[in-house]
Design a protein around this ligand. Structure first.
Ligand code: PLP
Length: 370
């Protein structure tokens, strides 16, 4: 075997279980597909694609459509294969060896992961027990470490907490470098940092088609930021990285904004139902502004609860072994039926586990300590 780069040796890949189950609520996708009219429109345009030609390298029609949807200029929009590739391009341009990237944990793992792959040093700020971010910690991390890039995820993943606007403003006041606000779930929340973007502010806001737009299969994401920054990213990204079909799909999806808003409204309503039912079951629920809910089955072993759900053909995200998320589980909001199946399977698992607790109090006690 040929040794990999020294600094990559300790890295682990990003994992998300792909188990064959009936109800899949583990990756924050939309539970429903985009409208039929969208499919038909895409099929019609794809039938006219000139397959022997490279795509529009600047993806101009798509960028214009995205820019119009946010009331910005197309030159302020950078598009890539999923917002993960957007983040990677930002980090290739602004992080890399000898540079520092800051995150506030727990948060989306790919920020630190991609930063490390570019060779940057990652500094992890800490959130409070309730997963909120203390302004004193923001100030400490930024003044002590002077990061070239600092991330905030709002709503945060995996907690679902919406970052208050004054926290983003504080980052902008203190950050010596670039501020990236990852808004993969912005449409489920009640405010966006997009209004803060302008030519004089070192801020980018990233978005994705994977969650709200029901297009995880397309791999499409973008950022809105200053034009000078977008120009740098265009130098870094591979030529023709966005294929013709994806450019068509993204542009057409934006015509169905009302359908998207309807799906979002349904998910937000179901999120409320899930949260209150979890609370009624006596579990700790983190308030969510996203399409998922993080909860802690206090008094039960999180990993065992997760397994009990898998045994009942319901897959959610097991965060119980992640740093700072001891015993936590995350459920993506699905269709009404899927959510009901999840809730009834969960209450079943919890009563079985309570019965187990009565017969083996010792074992259960150990589990609850994790
Ligand atoms: C899902 C997610 C992404 C990834 O989006 P893609 O566009 O599918 O790459 C980015 N950021 C956060 C916080 C996410 O949860």
């Amino acid at each position: 075997m040929i040794p990999v780069r020294d600094d990559l040796r300790a890295l682990e890949g990003y994992h998300s279980a792909q188990v064959d189950v009936r109800v899949r609520l583990n990756t924050n996708e939309s539970p429903t597909p985009p409208p039929d009219a969208f499919r038909e429109a895409v099929a019609a345009e794809v039938s006219k694609v000139e397959w022997h030609r490279y795509p529009d390298r600047a993806a101009m029609a798509l960028r214009v459509a995205i820019a119009e949807s946010h009331g910005v200029d197309a030159a302020q929009v950078f598009v890539a294969n999923g917002s993960n590739e957007v983040l990677q391009t930002v980090l290739l341009a602004y992080a890399g060896p000898g540079r520092v990237v800051a995150t506030f944990e727990p948060t989306y793992q790919m920020h630190a992961q991609i930063a490390r792959i570019t060779g940057a040093t990652v500094v992890e700020g800490e959130r409070a027990e309730d997963f909120t971010l203390d302004p004193a910690e923001v100030e400490r991390v930024l003044t002590e470490h002077q990061p070239h890039v600092v991330f905030l995820t709002s709503p945060n993943n995996p907690t679902g907490l919406v970052e208050p606007a004054d926290r983003v403003q504080q980052l902008l006041d203190f950050a010596p470098g670039l501020v990236v606000v990852d808004e993969a779930y912005a449409q489920f929340a009640d405010w966006t940092a997009l209004d803060l973007v302008d030519e004089d502010t070192p801020l980018v806001v990233t978005r994705t088609f994977s969650k709200t737009w029901s297009m995880a299969g397309a791999r499409l994401g973008y950022l809105v930021g200053p034009t000078w920054l977008v120009a740098e990213l265009e130098k870094v990204v591979l030529p023709y990285h966005l294929d013709t079909v994806k450019q068509i799909a993204g542009r057409l999806a934006l015509r169905y904004v009302e359908d998207m808003d309807d799906r979002v409204a349904q998910i937000v309503a179901e999120r409320g139902r899930i949260s209150s039912e979890l609370e009624a079951l006596g579990l700790t629920v983190i308030p969510s502004g996203a399409n998922f809910v993080l909860f802690r089955p206090d008094g039960h072993d999180g990993r065992a609860v997760w397994q009990g759900l898998v045994d009942r053909s319901v897959l959610i995200r097991d965060c119980s072994g992640w740093p700072r998320l001891a015993n936590c589980l995350r459920v993506t909001v699905g269709t009404r039926d899927e959510n009901s199946e999840f809730l009834s399977a969960l209450s079943d698992v919890l009563s079985a586990s309570t019965a187990d607790f009565r017969s083996h109090p010792q074992t259960e006690q150990n589990g609850a300590d994790r």
